[in-house]
Design a protein around this ligand. Structure first.
Ligand code: UD1
Ligand code: CA
Length: 485
């Protein structure tokens, strides 16, 4: 068991307690049958590796974190470069032990190294700290985080020296288990702490004498034990945190687990999520209290939603910012969009990147916006395209209005100033400016700027041919009679 906090602090602050974190992330992930590197597969809307890095950064500064990359290294590096961690390249992927060998130069500058698995994204910073503290207090050479699983299939098993002892004899991989070892349910989580000195003194003893012909980091347990060093098991009370993702089925399971936890956290913070199992809410999404999320909603990326909002079914919001009291009606799509307080969107609106809907504004059914700003209390309620448009406040955009923003080569801006009334079915051929308080007659094609407070009409005058329809019907009827006779 853990000793007192005072003792931990003393051990952690003492001389010789410099920790690095190494994250194993070089593998190909053969079992996923994917062209993408394993650690870039996403759960909870974020790459596996990004989750592990987030947890690690809460324990040590980014400069002390080494991501060991190899397969498609440039892609992995690019995906997580912004976190500020260091990278070590493992040129050939010859196993988890070989991965740590590749990082020897970087890691020998530290007293200890915590090794994390890049494909086990549920690990929490508190569990990483627990391994660190246990390792320090118990003065171990290697501490292995273990877990008891109902179904340990696929994981390495931890062989203790004696039942109840925290001393470890060895870790045995699934494929090498002896019959008597097959009943062991205590698995190796793939998270460890090592003292770097004995680790690198003995690591060259690793041999590839296993079914995969790889150098297994797990074999360090037996090697260090043989050197009469302390190899300890620390069993986690949270076995779900160590789940790895070797297969698509495991990935999906982790994703579901992460999203379920996310919904529980949101609900604990005052958000109602109806039928949470139907909703897809990424782990970075933030939602204010008293907001209601209806079934089958997707909230993705960095989406932030204010308080007292209602997001109705079948809406998908990615990287959007919504103020308080916003209503998003069913079937709305939004990406990189800002929506002001009290606005009402949908049903079936399509808000593309760069759209900005002002406070209290309404965007209705089958309205598409792209790089368009709709000012405070303005309305575009039906069947409209607003692209590259600057629209002021209190503007009414009639049904079927189109901003013609593209001539096949370039995009042009439409400016509509405050208080303008655009009648239904108007086409506004950009670049164009409609001055404040102007009025556009319905069905107009507007090609020239409209001065403030004026009326613009751009349509052919209606003509009437009295009796024309009746005469035509009579003519046709007569022709049919003649044909019959
Ligand atoms: C590993 C452990 C197993 C443990 C399980 C926990 C070994 C030999 N086995 O098995 O005991 O129960 O994790 O999840 O360590 N990697 C590299 N370079 C390589 C090979 C792998 O960086 O040359 C990385 C992978 O990208 C992955 C991690 O190491 O992130 C673990 O490798 P993986 O092949 O998934 O090991 P498991 O079979 O899951
Ligand atoms: Ca794994």
């Amino acid at each position: 068991m853990l000793k007192s906090n005072r003792k931990i602090r003393a051990a952690a602050s003492g001389k010789g307690s410099k920790f690095a974190i190494a994250i194993l992330a070089a593998g190909k992930g053969t079992r996923l049958k994917s062209k993408h590197p394993k650690v870039l597969h996403e759960v909870g809307g974020k790459p596996l590796l990004a989750h592990v890095i987030s947890a690690a950064r809460r324990v040590v500064p980014a400069r002390d974190i080494y991501a060991i990359i190899g397969h498609e290294a440039h892609l992995v590096r690019q995906a997580v470069a912004a976190t500020g961690v260091e990278f070590v390249v493992q040129k050939e992927q010859r196993g988890t032990g070989h991965a740590i060998m590749s990082a020897r130069d970087a890691l020998t500058n530290y007293d200890h190294v915590l090794v994390l698995s890049g494909d086990a994204p549920l690990i929490s910073s508190s569990t990483i700290e627990r391994i660190r503290d246990y390792h320090l207090v118990e003065r171990a050479a290697m501490t292995i985080l273990t877990a008891l699983l109902d179904d340990p299939t696929g994981y390495g098993r931890v062989i203790r020296q004696a039942p109840g002892s925290d001393r470890v004899e060895a870790i045995v991989e699934q494929k090498s288990l002896k019959k008597s070892q097959q009943t062991i349910h205590e698995i190796n989580s793939g998270f460890y702490a090592f003292d770097t000195e004995p680790l690198f003194e003995h690591i060259d003893q690793l041999a590839a004498d296993n079914p995969h012909g790889e150098l297994y980091l797990t074999d360090m347990a037996a090697i260090l034990k043989k050197a009469k060093l302390r190899v300890l098991a620390l069993q986690t009370p949270q076995p779900c945190e160590v789940m790895g993702s070797n297969t698509r089925a495991e990935l999906v399971l982790l994703d579901r687990q992460m999203r379920a936890t996310k919904c529980q956290q949101l609900m604990a913070a005052g958000v109602t999520v109806y039928y949470p199992e139907t909703c897809v809410i990424d782990c970075e999404v933030e939602i204010g209290a008293d907001t209601i999320i209806e079934p089958f909603v997707q909230l993705l990326g960095t989406t932030r939603i204010g308080a007292d909002c209602r997001i109705r079914s079948f809406s998908v919001m990615k990287d959007c910012q919504l103020g308080d009291q916003v209503t998003v009606r069913p079937g709305t799509l939004g990406e990189q969009v800002r929506i002001g307080r009290g606005a009402v969107i949908g049903p079936y609106s399509h808000l593309r990147p760069g759209s900005d809907v002002g406070e209290g504004a309404h965007v209705g059914n089958f309205v598409e916006m792209k790089k368009a700003r709709l000012g405070k209390n303005s309305k575009a309620n039906h069947l409209t395209y607003l692209g590259d448009a600057e629209i002021g406040s209190g503007v009414n955009i009639g049904a079927g209005t189109i901003t013609c923003n593209y001539d096949g080569v370039n995009k042009y801006t439409t400016v509509i100033e405050d208080g303008v009334f655009v009648g239904s079915d108007a086409t506004l051929v950009a670049p164009i400016k409609v001055g404040q308080g102007a009025y556009i007659a319905a069905a107009s094609c507007i090609t020239d700027d409209v001065p403030s407070h004026s009326l613009a009409l751009g349509r052919a005058r209606q003509t009437i041919k009295e009796g024309w329809a009746r005469e035509r019907r009579d003519r046709l009827a007569q022709a049919r009679e003649t044909k019959k006779s």
